[in-house]
Ligand binder design. Structure first.
Ligand SMILES: *Cc1c(COP(=O)(O)O)cnc(C)c1O
Length: 375
């Protein structure tokens, strides 16, 4: 007799993590912070290690009240999760079930379609426009009586494109009030467009949350704050949504160490801002290098650059890999390269220069050698 497997799960692909990097290579495949944790954050976590025999504060009160204060919202509207990906799942579970639709742009964050299917709801993927941006008119047109939630990933992963604050507000205002618009701002700290400036450095999402009753915002400590390994993110959502999210959460999902590190990171905002600025500088360099080498990167406001390389995707991925740079490639579509340290981007520069010198035949040979070495 076959073991029980829930119908529908066969349509759910397993989440694909960015490639691990062999020792000494530059891991630019997962949009992590390239900088080591701040000493003050490590010290705060070390102080709490002696308490790991105890369960964490499930309500995460200390960190939630800090976040609420920072954004000028009520603490009851803030929820934390084991990364904002958990909060995306909670928001789906809180609003949608079998027969309901959850909409997002495509290509966008890879977790969305799986999370929707796992909740038993139906994913509705609306293609990005020719400039790899959200096609908000097409998304409005795709709303049905079954639509419960719409994700807007801003800046978008993996294309790095942003929807401007005014355009986003027009969209939110046009979406019926019984549909929740979730603005996923995992990369908002790296946004140097008007979108960011207009919002006083906090992202447009929180402002829209204040002005409209059907908006939620996702932020994470994984990217700009460099805590990807500890797993903590937060949502700001209307009170009734936040209450229902809490019902769907796995108890004690956010560890005490993660809560502690998040507070220590909020305390170190100035140091982190300098690191974020460095990532933005390297992003500009990365884009310029790619352009100079004949690729056409999309303008990015995130901590990565998207190269819509189409049929030349495997070629680009392999020539970077041959130079010790591990990226995230989407077969036949493009390559996403995280903005690393200056040394990481030096390596990209050298790999691109080598790629111009070698013939495609030589490149295929390199690809072979690499697969043998890293198998
Ligand atoms: C990385 C990422 C997240 C969240 O990551 P967590 O580590 O779970 O906080 C959320 N949304 C997008 C678009 C991301 O790229």
């Amino acid at each position: 007799m076959p073991l029980p497997v829930r119908p529908g799960l066969d349509a759910v692909p397993a989440y694909r993590q960015g490639r691990p990097a062999p020792d000494g290579a530059s891991k630019l495949s997962s949009n992590e912070s390239p900088h080591p944790p701040l000493p003050s954050v490590i010290a705060a976590v070390q102080d709490r290690l002696a308490h790991i025999n105890r369960y964490p504060d499930m309500s995460a009160e200390a960190v939630r009240s800090r976040i609420a204060e920072r954004h000028g919202v009520a603490a009851e509207q803030v929820t934390v999760g084991a990364g904002s990906v958990e909060l995306a799942a909670q928001l789906i579970h809180a609003t949608a079930g079998a027969g309901d639709e959850v909409m997002f742009a495509w290509r966008s964050f890879e977790a969305y379609p799986s999370l929707v299917r796992i909740a038993g709801a139906t994913p509705v993927a609306v293609p990005l426009d020719a400039d790899h941006q959200h096609d908000l008119d097409a998304m409005l047109a795709a709303i049905t009586s079954r639509t419960r939630l719409i994700f807007v990933c801003n800046p978008n992963n993996p294309t790095g494109t942003v929807v401007g604050a005014d355009e986003l507000e027009r969209f939110v205002a046009a979406v019926p009030r019984d549909i929740l618009v979730v603005i996923d701002e995992a990369y908002v700290h790296f946004d140097r467009s008007a979108y960011f400036d207009a919002s006083g450095g906090q992202g447009a999402g929180v402002q829209l949350f204040r002005r409209h009753p059907h908006v939620a915002v996702l932020h994470t400590f994984s990217k700009a704050y460099g805590l990807a390994g500890l797993r903590i993110g937060y949502a700001i959502a209307p009170t009734v949504i936040a209450e229902n999210q809490r019902k769907t959460a796995i108890p004690f999902g956010v560890t005490d160490l993660a809560q502690t590190a998040a507070i220590a990171s909020l305390d170190a905002a100035h140091e982190l801002a300098a690191r974020i600025d460095d990532v933005v500088v390297q992003r500009a360099r990365l884009s310029a290098l790619l352009e100079a080498a004949g690729w056409s990167p999309s303008p990015s406001q995130a901590n990565f650059v998207w190269v819509p390389s189409g049929p030349r995707t495997a070629h680009l991925e392999e020539l970077l890999r041959a130079g010790g740079v591990i990226t995230r490639a989407f077969a036949g579509e493009g390559v996403r390269i995280s903005s690393g340290t200056a040394e990481d981007i030096d390596r990209v520069e050298a790999a691109l220069a080598a790629g111009i010198r070698i013939s495609p035949a030589q490149n295929q040979h390199d690809q072979h050698v690499n697969e043998e070495v890293h198998a």
